[in-house]
Write a protein that binds this ligand. Structure first.
Ligand code: HEC
Ligand code: HEC
Length: 221
C-alpha cells in the first residue's frame, strides 16, 4: 500500500506538468486537419455549439467537443452533400472548403468534453439495452460500437455519445428510426452506408427506450 502511495506521489507532478503544457497540436492523423488553424475558423460555430463546442445553449444542438475528428469531418461532408438534411447546418457548411472542414474537425476533436447528467429513472430501461442489446429483437448492444463509457471508436468511425445533450440524441434516434422504418428511403439522416447501421437499430426501439437511452448516454462518462 505504501509503495502504491509513493508511486502515485511520484507520478503526480509529472501528470500535473503534462496537463499544464500540452504538446503542440500535431495534425490529426485521421483527417489531416490542423487544430490551430481550426481554432481561428471555429468562432462562428460557437453561437450554437458553445465555446470550444461544449455549449448547451439549446439542448437540441449537439456538443462537438471531444467528438472524433473523422466522424465530425464525415458529418460536415454529409450536410454539404445533403445526405444528412438540416437547413441550419447546410447554411453553415456552404462556404466551407474541404481543408476548412478538416481543420474544424481536428479543432473540435481536440477540445475536452464537459460531462452531462442523465436521469436516474432512465437507467433501468436503458442500461440493459446499452450494454447487452436485445437478442430477441435483433437490437445490437450500443456498447459494442459506442464503447462501455460511450467514447466511441475513432478508427472505426463510431461517434462518441457520452455527455451528448439528451434532446439532441433523442432527435437523432428518431431520424434514424424513421429512416429504418422507410427502407432507408427519403431519410433526413441514416440512409447512407454507416448511417444504415444506426437506422436498422433505431427502427426497433420503442419511444420509451429512445427517451431512456438519450438520457442515459448524456450521463455516461
Ligand atoms: C445557427 C446554429 C448553428 C451554427 C452557427 C453551427 N451549427 Fe452545427 N449544428 C447545428 C444544429 C441545429 C445541429 C444538429 C442538426 C441535426 O439535428 O441533425 C448541428 C450539428 C452539427 C454537427 C453534427 C454533430 C454530430 O454529433 O453529428 C457538426 C459536426 C456541426 N454541427 C459542426 C458545426 C461547425 C464546424 C460549425 C461552424 C462552422 C457549426 N456547426 C455552426 C447548429 C449550428
Ligand atoms: C454496429 C455499430 C453500432 C451499434 C451497435 C450502435 N451504433 Fe450508434 N452509431 C453507429 C454509427 C456508425 C454511427 C454514425 C452513423 C452516421 O454516419 O450517421 C452512429 C451514430 C449514433 C448516434 C448519433 C451521434 C451524433 O453525434 O449525432 C447516436 C445518438 C447513436 N449512434 C446511439 C446509439 C445507441 C443508443 C445504440 C444502441 C441502441 C447504438 N447507437 C448502437 C454505430 C453503432
Amino acid at each position: 500500500m505504501k509503495r502504491v502511495l509513493l508511486a502515485l506521489t511520484l507520478c503526480a507532478p509529472v501528470l500535473a506538468l503534462g496537463e499544464e503544457s500540452p504538446a503542440p497540436a500535431a495534425k490529426d492523423v485521421f483527417v489531416q486537419g490542423d487544430a490551430t488553424a481550426g481554432a481561428s475558423k471555429a468562432a462562428v460555430c460557437y453561437a450554437c455549439h458553445g465555446p470550444g463546442g461544449n455549449g448547451a445553449i439549446n439542448p437540441q444542438w449537439p456538443k462537438l467537443a471531444g467528438q472524433h475528428a473523422a466522424y465530425l469531418y464525415e458529418q460536415l461532408g454529409k450536410f454539404k452533400s445533403g445526405q444528412r438534411k438540416n437547413p441550419v447546418m447546410l447554411g453553415q457548411v456552404a462556404a466551407l472548403q474541404d481543408q476548412d472542414m478538416r481543420d474544424l474537425a481536428a479543432y473540435f476533436a481536440a477540445q475536452k468534453p464537459v460531462p452531462g447528467v442523465g436521469s436516474k429513472d432512465a437507467v433501468a430501461v436503458a442500461e440493459p439495452l446499452y450494454r447487452g442489446g436485445d437478442v430477441a429483437r435483433g437490437v445490437l448492444a450500443c456498447a459494442a460500437c459506442h464503447g462501455p463509457e460511450g467514447a466511441g471508436n475513432a478508427a472505426a468511425g463510431f461517434p462518441r455519445v457520452s455527455g451528448q445533450n439528451a434532446a439532441y440524441v433523442a432527435n437523432q434516434l428518431h431520424a434514424y428510426a424513421t429512416c429504418g422504418q422507410n427502407d432507408f428511403k427519403n431519410c433526413d439522416r441514416g440512409g447512407d452506408g454507416k448511417g444504415q447501421i444506426m437506422s436498422a437499430i433505431a427502427a426497433k426501439l420503442t419511444e420509451n427506450e429512445i427517451q431512456a437511452l438519450a438520457s442515459y448516454v448524456s450521463g455516461l462518462q
